[in-house]
Design a protein around this ligand. Structure first.
Ligand code: SF4
Length: 253
């Protein structure tokens, strides 16, 4: 089994891929051709679900937000490090700014740091991070190469509780500025909270998958959070569909 097959197997997709290869090998020299491969899906198009407002709120009239939105990378990183705009900095170990290629085509956005991220200062580490790395590798991407990863919130909510609206409002300018500086081709929003925050909706991930949305004008695709996939193995196949959809979208943008 090669590396790609191992990655797909870990995502619960190995048998599907081996089946196609076997069909090619099993074709008799003078026999009928094997069933044709599935037709390529039509190029993704913008198709937001009804009720999508298309952005988390950033009050541009607010002085603090306006200041953040003028910052370059060094200033922004230092502003996040010393930020105490909501109560979360008092209870977390450190801020978790984000990691990766600052000129990436792909921006991956999750909810907030968990316990391990809080300890290490990097988003998506531990078991969920390893799964994410393997998912990226399966479509030819890797953390740090044309990919940037961050969260809506830069500080860990105590006990991994859901973020409060005030905390999201205070931290959203940081994310928006990261987005403006990176200028990605596509945002992959991972997990219910990130999806609902960025799209300003309470709709489920299931109802929002498979469509091209926008956040602040940037195309956005939704998928499940890797930590959720670790608990719900059958949904790995759906996450794989989302990644393939995202890859096709980036290729067509
Ligand atoms: S979560 Fe965001 S707004 Fe709140 S203290 Fe941390 S960096 Fe500041």
């Amino acid at each position: 089994m090669n590396r790609r097959e191992r990655l797909l197997e870990e995502m619960g997709l190995g048998p599907v891929w081996r089946l196609r290869e076997n069909r090619e090998r099993q074709r008799a020299p003078d026999g009928p051709p094997p069933p044709s491969a599935p037709r390529r899906p039509a190029p993704p198009r913008f198709d937001p679900a009804p009720g999508i407002k298309g952005s988390a709120k950033v009050d541009l009239a607010d002085d603090r937000a306006a200041r953040i939105l003028r910052m370059e990378w060094p200033e922004l990183k230092s502003a996040v490090k010393s930020c105490e705009a909501c109560g979360l900095r008092k209870t977390c170990t450190q801020t978790v700014f984000g990691v990766g290629d600052e000129e990436a085509d792909w921006l991956l956005v999750g909810e907030a740091p968990g316990a391990e991220e809080d300890t290490r200062g990097e988003p998506f580490v531990g078991q969920a991070g390893r799964l994410l790395d393997n998912m990226l590798a399966a479509i030819g991407l890797s953390r740090g190469e044309n990919v940037y990863i961050c969260n809506v919130l830069k500080c860990r909510p105590p006990g991994n509780r859901n973020p409060e609206p005030f905390e999201v409002a205070q931290c959203s300018p940081h994310l928006l500025r990261q987005l403006e500086l990176i200028k990605p081709k596509l945002i992959l929003a991972m997990g219910r909270f990130a999806v609902q925050t960025l799209l300003g909706t309470e709709a489920s991930i299931a109802s929002l998958r498979g469509r091209l949305h926008r956040y602040q004008g940037v195309p956005l695709i939704v998928t499940y959070h890797p930590a959720y996939l670790l608990r719900n193995l059958p949904d790995k196949a759906k996450a794989w569909e989302d990644l393939c959809f995202a890859r096709a979208a980036v290729a067509g943008l």
